[in-house]
Design a protein around this ligand. Structure first.
Ligand SMILES: N[C@@H](CCC(=O)N[C@@H](CS)C(=O)NCC(=O)O)C(=O)O
Length: 243
């Protein structure tokens, strides 16, 4: 479970003062899988940072658009410089903190990882969000089937034990956050059965062993609690903060 001091900034809040010289800040939302991509990179690289949580799923504070015109998390801020978009943030982190570089240096491997992410976006993630946002129950089985069918391309792309080879790397961290969240969709027909996805099943076990994954992990019941409030139209970005 993340241990940083966290506070959710909502409409009406004032923009926090910039982080001090040399300090890194992550604008985030506790349950955002894209922000988790960046938190995984930060944890794997052992970088210290502070977190500013934004109420991105409901109304956002106006000042957040001064940080990013897209109004989405994650966003990084350091020494007056701003970077947004999860994949861009992650490459930027490797650029400014070159120790323990996670982004592949080999052009072909980098291209391969980008191609798997393109498969992920077109064959899986579109259906994931469609399933969350579709209120009509009659549509769920067909969308769930499209998601599970699309996952076959990801299973096929998995070099074992990790997507990035012998050790977890950029592709593993960039895919992982949704695997923590698929349990939110089991009632809507998403089940990744071991016999259909043996490589992904083994990969999930390996990922759960990693300290960086543990550092950013929310157990299924917490994800499901968040997912329920989101699907019901009351995204409770404060879950956990109130405990
Ligand atoms: N392509 C973006 C997607 C980020 C994203 O969609 N973040 C969500 C939270 S999980 C967000 O900020 N949503 C607010 C909105 O869409 O207005 C990335 O990779 O960083």
């Amino acid at each position: 479970m993340p241990s940083q001091t966290e506070k959710a900034f909502k409409p009406g809040s004032t923009c926090p003062p910039p982080p001090g010289p040399g300090k890194l800040r992550l604008y985030s939302m506790r349950f955002c899988p894209y922000a988790q991509r960046t938190r995984l990179f930060l944890a794997a690289k052992g970088i210290e940072y502070e977190t500013v949580n934004i109420s991105v799923l409901s109304e956002k504070p106006d000042w957040f658009f001064e940080k990013t015109p897209l109004g989405k998390v994650p966003v990084l801020e350091k020494d007056g410089k701003i970077v947004y978009e999860s994949l861009v943030c992650n490459e930027y982190l490797d650029g400014i903190y070159p120790d323990k570089c996670i982004t592949p240096s080999d052009p072909l491997e980098k291209a391969r990882q980008s191609m798997v992410l393109a498969l992920w976006d077109s064959k899986v993630i579109g259906f994931y969000y469609k399933l969350i946002l579709t209120k009509d129950r009659d549509e769920w089985p067909a969308v769930a089937k499209q998601l599970v069918d699309g996952m076959q391309a990801i299973e096929n792309a998995l070099t074992q034990p990790f997507f990035s080879g012998d050790n977890a790397g950029a592709l593993d961290y960039n895919l992982w956050p949704w695997f923590e969240r698929f349990s939110m969709l089991k009632d809507r027909g998403v089940e990744l059965q071991e016999k259909k996805f043996p490589k992904l099943t083994a990969w999930k076990e390996h990922m759960l062993e990693l300290p960086e994954v543990k550092a950013c992990y929310f157990p299924p019941e917490v994800q499901e609690q968040f997912g329920k409030s989101w699907m019901e139209g009351t995204p409770d970005y404060d879950i956990g903060l109130k405990k």
